[in-house]
Design a protein around this ligand. Structure first.
Ligand code: HEM
Length: 358
């Protein structure tokens, strides 16, 4: 990411960059490496044929998911708005075929070496017999992780960068902390996080104001319950508006102001224990990738802030950055963030950190 941005800055130093393009590539590479131990995009930003197929399957899944119609919930409307059953079936078959190929590659590698590599796919395959996991379940679990982990992290980092550009005071303060702790001779890594409390607060504040799934994921009441005086019958689909809770003026002081310091003043949990702040949900369905997601967002922000200074495109005032949300289950910026990056470290720190295949 850092190297790509640097190269693009060298080509045109006054050209605004589309920030999400870089963040999405990082999220894609990280999730595919964790799930499959594979990086489909090389250092020259070339994607291999399996990666192309992978991206198409993800894109198609998103398009189909977003097109789920009213008729899914109201069956008598199906004659008017038919469900795309055929497209869903075709998509499922294409996704399964790609995943089975990758699973076979892992099985062959395991047979050859006699040892299992510790990627998520290997962990699932090694537990398959013990827990009677069918192939369909393994494929489903893998794709749960891919679809739930990829956009959420890139979107969270994009919103955070938009806030940092709108609030130069916060950007400067975060950079001062990173400079003080890391200096100018090396790059930030995850092990530095405990020395970067302000950076952690920036990530938390961004997730408070811009949870990527503002209504969490739909839940279904498994029994009749009473909540806040309301009767919720068994079987009801329940959405929890964590976006509204995190902006509620009766809970938060100046709720619409981006002020990471609020988390230095009060240590508020973000992973499901404090109901004022639930970007990862809570309870049994809480996001299983919460810590990973937080680490990824913090690392992206740390690297972007350490290596570059960020400003709006020429002629745009920081407060004119369009913060409109695109409605949906996952809340993207309606107008993807464009920003000017200015390198701020010695040249040798912009080289690619080489991927060492395991
Ligand atoms: C900043 C990043 C992330 C945010 C804000 C986020 C948020 C959420 C939320 C709100 C839920 C639903 C919780 C509920 O309904 O109670 C969820 C579920 C889930 N998340 Fe995350 N997530 C993030 C990153 C990740 C990552 C990196 C992974 C894995 C690689 C992941 C995997 C999952 C899975 C597997 C589920 C469960 C889906 C299901 O129940 O069907 N998430 N996430």
């Amino acid at each position: 990411m850092v190297n790509s941005i640097y190269q693009d800055c060298l080509i045109a130093d006054d050209k605004a960059l589309s920030v999400k393009r870089y963040l999405s590539a990082v999220a894609f590479n990280n999730i595919t490496r964790i799930a499959f131990g594979k990086r489909f995009v090389n250092d020259e930003r070339k994607i291999d044929p399996q990666g192309v197929e992978f991206k198409e399957v993800i894109g198609q899944g998103m398009r189909l998911g977003a097109s789920l119609k009213l008729s899914e919930h109201i069956p008598f409307l199906r004659w008017l708005y038919p469900l795309q059953e055929e497209e869903f079936a075709k998509h499922g078959a294409r996704r399964d075929s790609l995943t089975k190929t990758i699973m076979q590659e892992h099985a062959i590698a395991r047979e050859r070496s006699g040892a299992s590599k510790q990627h998520f796919v290997d962990a699932l395959l090694s537990l398959q017999q013990q827990y009677s996991l069918s192939e369909t379940t393994v494929i489903g679990l893998l794709w749960d992780m891919i679809t739930a982990g990829m956009d959420t992290t890139a979107i969270s980092a994009e919103w955070a960068m938009a806030e940092l550009i709108r609030n130069p005071r916060v950007q400067k303060k975060a950079q001062e902390e990173i400079d003080r702790v890391i200096g100018q001779d090396r790059v930030v890594s995850e092990t530095d996080f405990h020395d970067l409390p302000y950076l952690q607060c920036v990530a938390k504040e961004a997730l408070r104001l811009h949870p990527p799934t503002p209504l969490m994921l739909p839940h279904k009441a498994s029994e009749d319950v009473k909540i806040g005086g309301y009767d919720i019958p068994r079987g009801t689909t329940v959405h929890v508006n964590v976006y509204a809770i995190a902006r509620d003026p009766s809970i938060w002081k100046d709720p619409l102001t981006f002020r990471p310091e609020r988390f230095l003043e009060e240590d508020i949990d973000i992973k499901g224990h404090d109901y004022r702040l639930l970007p990862f949900g809570a309870g049994r369905r809480v996001c299983p990738g919460a810590q990973l997601g937080l680490n990824m967002v913090e690392l992206m922000l740390a690297r972007l802030l350490h290596h570059f200074s960020w400003a709006p495109p020429p002629g745009v005032d920081p407060h004119e950055i369009d913060m409109t949300e695109r409605p949906g289950v996952v809340t993207f910026m309606a107008k993807p963030l464009e920003a000017l990056a200015t390198p701020r470290l010695p040249e040798n720190l912009y080289q690619n950190i080489k991927f060492i295949p395991e």
